[in-house]
Design a binder for this molecule. Structure first.
Ligand SMILES: Cc1cc2nc3c(=O)[nH]c(=O)nc-3n(C[C@H](O)[C@H](O)[C@H](O)COP(=O)(O)OP(=O)(O)OC[C@H]3O[C@@H](n4cnc5c(N)ncnc54)[C@H](O)[C@@H]3O)c2cc1C
Length: 398
């Protein structure tokens, strides 16, 4: 059994550090109000993503990341990706999350970027959607959740009906990341069957300028969730048969396969940002003195750090094991869910420990801890809540 990181991951991490120092750090210095460690001091509310200048900076980083080959690195080489395996991509994701703040989705793709679900597309769809997506020229969004159905999307209210050669889509989708800015949406609607059935759901590629497509409320969120979440409406949107991704009635399974890899990325990201928080806390515990001694010499503090370090290591091995199974074509549904569940819990715990160790200074916006504290919370909700991960694990067991 070899626990060393694959050579490719080590090389990419090094190249990524160079890239950040060369291309991203100058932008950080130029725009501390958006990308610097203390950007939230400059922007009082959390709507910074809606500031055009912030988005332009992200787009600049994206273009440079495409040129450097980091963007879409997990996509196959035949579509212009880096062809790296799930484990390598996850290790790089962890590495990136160990650097503040959250611009990594602009480098590696993230919710609006290239997604394996589009590999289900035919040649024409690959040309029209996947190629410009890989080139960073356009972005997309994944529109599954609805006001009445989040954990149970197979009960969705969205409908698409055939009218001659066209499909007519009526749907209302909620909390769609990158929805406000996407050039096209991957929209899921029931095309046959009964509520609750996995079969009978189809995925459509819908251009944002299609008649009847509208961006409704852009939601304000807790913490840093780059991409902006919004409500999307599809009122009698007409699309041709060429806009069906994969097979009619089989869109749900395609979506679930994609979400699998996403869970590992979330876990890896959680481990990276938990490590960042632990490192901050350790440094602080070494320096901060009370009653004439560094607080790190007190068991009340050092044991918190020891427990956190242990949990980080445990979760790191869990996500790597899940990724390794996927790369070896083994069923990993249970392990992916375990990694996502533990990763999400870990990041919340890490933010809590870091804040406790820092005392009052952790609570102030001068340090990135309070932001991480708020940002960590969503990990327990999106891409399957804690409870839904447990449900999946239990179903694999029983
Ligand atoms: C920041 C953010 C970004 C998002 N981005 C996207 C996106 O890009 N695209 C998209 O389609 N969706 C997106 N979502 C939606 C997200 O996937 C859902 O919020 C999530 O799946 C949970 O659904 P829900 O919020 O409707 O909660 P519900 O399903 O209503 O669940 C409410 C509570 O009940 C629990 N629960 C539900 N069913 C069970 C059960 N059987 N057993 C035990 N407990 C249960 C849940 O765990 C939760 O605690 C995003 C959400 C957030 C917060």
């Amino acid at each position: 059994m070899d626990f060393s990181e694959p050579d490719e991951a080590v090389q990419i991490k090094k190249a990524l550090d160079d890239f950040i120092d060369r291309e991203v750090a100058p932008l950080e210095s130029e725009h501390p109000e958006f990308l610097g460690e203390d950007y939230e001091r400059h922007i009082v509310d959390d709507d910074y993503y809606q500031v055009p200048e912030y988005r332009e900076i992200r787009e600049t980083i994206r273009e440079k990341a495409v040129e450097a080959g980091f963007y879409g690195m997990g996509m196959p080489e035949e579509v212009g990706g880096g062809g790296v395996d799930v484990l390598t991509k996850a290790i790089v994701t962890e590495h990136l999350a160990n650097r503040p703040p959250g611009f990594h989705s602009a480098i590696m793709g993230g919710a609006g970027g290239p997604t394996p679900i589009l590999l289900a597309g035919d040649e024409a769809q690959r040309e029209e959607y996947l190629e410009p997506l890989m080139a960073g020229e356009i972005t997309t969004c994944f529109a599954l959740t609805e006001p009445a159905h989040g954990s149970d999307p197979q009960y969705m209210d969205a409908r698409a009906e055939k009218d001659g050669d066209e499909w007519v889509i009526d749907a209302n989708k909620y909390w769609i990341t990158n929805g406000p800015y996407a050039d096209f949406a991957m929209v899921f609607a029931r095309t046959s069957g009964e509520d609750g059935e996995y079969e009978g759901i189809t995925c459509f590629l819908v251009d944002a300028d299609a008649e009847g497509y509208s961006v409704e409320k852009v939601h304000r969120t807790m913490g840093l969730t780059p991409g902006g979440q919004c409500e999307l409406r599809f009122d009698g949107v007409r699309v041709g048969e060429d806009k069906v991704l994969g097979e009619v009635d089989h869109g749900f399974q395609t979506a679930m396969n994609w979400i699998g890899g996403g869970r590992i990325s979330i876990a890896a990201n959680a481990v990276g940002s938990s490590q960042f928080l632990l490192d901050l806390a350790v440094d602080y515990a070494r320096d901060r003195e009370t009653f004439g001694k560094p607080i790190g010499h007190r068991q009340g503090i050092s044991f918190q750090l020891a427990d956190l370090a242990t949990d980080i290591e445990q979760t790191r091995h869990l996500y790597r094991y899940a990724a390794w199974k996927m790369d070896n074509d083994e069923r990993a549904r249970k392990e992916e869910s375990m990694a996502k569940l533990r990763g999400a819990q870990l990041n919340n715990q890490a933010a809590d420990v870091a804040m406790q160790v820092h005392g009052g200074s952790g609570f102030m916006k001068d340090l990135p801890i309070e932001r991480q504290y708020r940002t960590a919370r969503v990990l327990r909700i999106f891409e399957g809540t804690d409870e839904i991960q447990k449900r999946t694990i239990a179903r694999e067991l029983i």
